[in-house]
Write a protein that binds this ligand. Structure first.
Ligand code: PRP
Length: 222
């Protein structure tokens, strides 16, 4: 992409988007009206700044677009950043939104007698096989991961596995499916993700956006 084309900013669809929108506003980004239309099929939007366009993609795909330079900047949870561990992404700023945790859960009745310190080999359904394997390998537990893309909470009841690793926010989804959290792997928030090459090739623009987001986050904290 050449320097006279707008920078591309990748936003995650779904829950984080609603929380991230005020941060964008505080950073001075007003997105064209179609963006707020729930029926729009558009995926790329102009902003009040002719030098910046916004795209909406799945949360995991934000990291992929930014890592490969298809987007210069984005908002990604550190769950996604940890899972891919892309060296091409620099994530300098915690935006303080999308707060939740990545946790291990299992059926409530099982947790009464199950002691995580006794685990040596476990089978786990998760969207995060890399983070999960790394987490358990650190304490000598072999985690056999079954990759799912959603509705993980169904897996224990249907015999796919006994445990899951998933995001927990209010805990309502676990509770509704008879599961309890037994171990926390990481706290999660959304971060500003930056393509490292863009940081060099379009340094002034990219640094200016990092500074604007830093100011927006500080204003929120004040
Ligand atoms: C996430 C996560 C859980 C749920 C937890 O799913 O995968 O299912 O939120 O939230 P809670 O603790 O407040 O109930 P999300 O709604 O983001 O959709 P997904 O299944 O597509 O990941």
């Amino acid at each position: 992409m050449t320097a006279n084309q707008p920078l591309i900013f990748a936003l995650p669809k779904g829950r984080i988007l609603a929380q991230a929108t005020p941060v964008l506003a505080r950073a001075g980004i007003a997105i064209e009206p179609d963006f707020a239309d729930p029926d729009t099929r558009k995926l790329r939007f102009r902003t009040s700044d002719p030098g910046l366009d916004v795209i909406t993609v799945r949360s995991f795909d934000v990291a992929t677009f930014v890592a490969f330079g298809a987007a210069h900047l984005g908002i990604a949870g550190n769950d996604v950043l940890m899972e891919f561990d892309f060296p091409e992404i620099y994530a300098p700023l915690d935006l303080g939104v999308g707060r939740c945790r990545l946790a291990v859960a299992e059926p409530a009745e099982m947790s009464a007698t199950d002691d995580p310190r006794q685990w040596s080999h476990i089978r786990i359904a998760t969207k995060y096989p890399n983070v999960t394997r790394r987490h358990f390998a650190r304490r000598g537990v072999q985690a056999e991961c079954i990759k799912l893309n959603g509705a993980l909470e169904l897996a224990p009841r249907l015999g796919l596995c006994r445990r899951i690793v998933d995001l927990v926010s209010t805990g309502a989804t676990l509770e509704a499916n008879g599961l309890v959290e037994v171990e926390r792997i990481a706290d999660v928030t959304s971060r500003l993700a930056v393509n490292r090459a863009a940081l060099k090739t379009r340094a002034d623009e990219v640094q200016s956006w990092i500074a604007r987001f830093r100011t927006a986050v500080d204003a929120r904290a004040a």
